[in-house]
Write a protein that binds this ligand. Structure first.
Ligand SMILES: [Fe+2]
Ligand SMILES: [Fe+2]
Length: 383
């Protein structure tokens, strides 16, 4: 079997997916800039950091680590969003059915991460093409590579360790469509980096902190380390740009933010899993909506978006009203810089832990070898 067959996605989709490309007609201009010399210091510093912090998913991640397909994240049962539903009452004493449910939940979640990362890669490439300034083009080129690595990493995790893949969620797809078919250069950035990746980043963070499985913990920590740079770019590039827009132009962006946030909150709960496994949709929906744990999780999902939206200057009454309605307005006060610094530190800690584990393994192996040599020399006939 060739590597391509082994990792083919076609036979891992839970429902048949037509393996043709999804084409979005490009709109807007591809722009050249002839000014090579007056980059903004903060953007050029970010570009330098993007170059310095490149890594290879094949090398940095310990792919040999085992993953339990029935509980790929090693999560406490009580954290399952379906706890309390009739479906859960029925399934909880059936280890096979419970394992299947948990595997599908992780497959759905990580499949959306994977498709989202492909979207992020395409949006970053679009920014390289359309943003007017060269410093932003340079930086976005490094982000394109980061997003390629993220899509590669999630794809390998799903294909090799989970063995199941879900198609892209239709609402995520329509948000991507809106984002990419707009000719204004900032829209891919606002839709993708601020909204979709803002939500994704919060979800990565919750899972990174809760998972007890070493492989997904590494993956999430390393991906998050890169995302800290992406958020920083959005804040620099969009804050400068939005400050020059008219009130009407800003209002259009605010409208887009509000609609996108409601869409991702209400339509992105794993409904496809319940349908696929034949669980009662109304029962699952009701449980997820009313679960205090899920409400806390949903609120956390906005912890990265709300301070960022405020920071880039899209903070009109419509946005504030929507966030108050969602119960997340207080999150505007969150220190985003501190969160992002902590993400970078955690990735470095994961590297340090790996280095310690490798050292321990080396010491153990040496001890084993010494022991075998000692046994061998004890058995040797005395001359
Ligand atoms: Fe990413
Ligand atoms: Fe990103």
């Amino acid at each position: 079997m060739s590597t391509a067959d082994k990792y083919s996605t076609a036979d891992k989709y839970v429902v048949p997916v037509e393996m043709c490309t999804w084409d979005i007609e490009a709109a807007g201009a591809a722009r050249f800039s002839w000014e090579y010399g007056d980059g903004r210091d903060r953007l050029l510093a970010l570009y330098q950091k993007g170059k310095d912090k490149q890594w290879d998913a094949m090398q940095r991640i310990d792919w040999h680590l085992d993953v339990d397909p029935d509980d790929p994240l090693g999560m406490p049962l009580q954290s399952n969003p379906l706890v309390g539903s009739r479906a859960w009452e029925r399934l909880q004493d059936d280890p096979r059915a419970l394992g299947e449910l948990r595997r599908h939940q992780v497959a759905w979640q990580f499949s959306q991460f994977m498709h989202g990362e492909q979207g992020a890669m395409i949006c970053s490439a679009r920014i390289v093409e359309s943003v007017p300034d060269l410093d932003a083009k340079f930086y976005a080129s490094t982000q394109t590579m980061d997003e390629a690595r993220h899509a590669e990493t999630y794809a390998r995790f799903l294909q090799e360790k989970v063995g199941l893949v879900y198609p892209i969620n239709p609402h995520l797809k329509s948000l991507l469509d809106d984002t990419l078919s707009d000719s204004r250069w900032d829209m891919p950035y606002l839709g993708m980096q601020v909204l979709i990746e803002g939500l994704a980043l919060a979800a990565f963070g919750v899972l990174r902190d809760m998972t007890t499985a070493a492989l997904p913990k590494q993956i999430l920590s390393y991906v998050m380390q890169d995302e800290a740079r992406h958020v920083a770019f959005g804040r620099i590039a969009l804050r400068d740009y939005y400050a020059q827009l008219t009130a009407a132009e800003r209002a259009e962006r605010e409208e887009f933010v509000v609609e996108g946030c409601y869409l991702m909150r209400d339509r992105f709960r794993g409904q496809e899993i319940w349908e696929h496994l034949g669980l009662d949709r109304a029962d699952c929906e009701q449980t997820v909506m009313n679960s205090p744990l899920m409400q806390a999780y949903q609120a956390l999902l906005f912890s990265r978006i709300v301070p960022c939206v405020k920071d880039i200057g899209l903070w009109g009454p419509r946005v504030q009203r929507a966030y108050a309605d969602m119960g997340v307005l207080d999150m505007a006060g969150i220190d985003l810089d501190a969160l992002l610094r902590a993400d970078e530190d955690l990735a470095e800690q994961a590297d340090a832990q790996k280095a310690d584990a490798q050292k321990r393994e080396l010491v153990e192996r040496r001890a084993e070898v010494d022991e075998v040599i000692a046994i061998g020399s004890a058995d040797a006939p005395t001359p």
